[in-house]
Ligand binder design. Sequence first.
Ligand SMILES: [Zn+2]
Length: 185
Amino acid sequence: VSRPADLRPAAELAANKPHGTRAKYNGGCKCMLCRAANSAYSCMRDAERRAGRGAGIKSAHRARRHILLLAERFGVGYKSVARDARVGRSIVFEIRSGTRTRIRASTERKILMVDESAAKAGTAIPAAPTWKKIEWLLSEGFTKKSLCERLGYRTNNLALGRETILARNARRVDALYRKLRVGAW
Ligand SMILES: [Zn+2]
């Protein structure tokens, strides 16, 4: 009986192996011990592959969306994301541009933890999210005067920009909002 040429090395390798080994199975033995050895090996490899996909490496989709959102809503650039997340600049850049589609789970976690506080204090950012918080506070009964006092402003009329405001002002409002919101509940 002639075997295909590529099977010969495996068969020769298996000739001296005991039963119950994968080498013997690959050499052509399909006895119960050799089948069991082969199936145990396959299970282990599958489990390793699953673990590698699930815990280790994942799609960069969520991280990318977060990077874009930070830029759009808070003027946070990719360099600031990299700095705060302690992830390499080139990696963050590639995730943002979409050229890097798979990342470590730990990289995703670090990037998702970056928030608007990564914006430089002097950066002008869209004012809408801040005004939403102010409107909520006003609806809860705080007056503009009392909010100004709590925010440490000398004026009484909340003279913040409608289109854009400085990141430091947004941060102050956000801190107050979080504090009062907790108190209100
Ligand atoms: Zn066997």
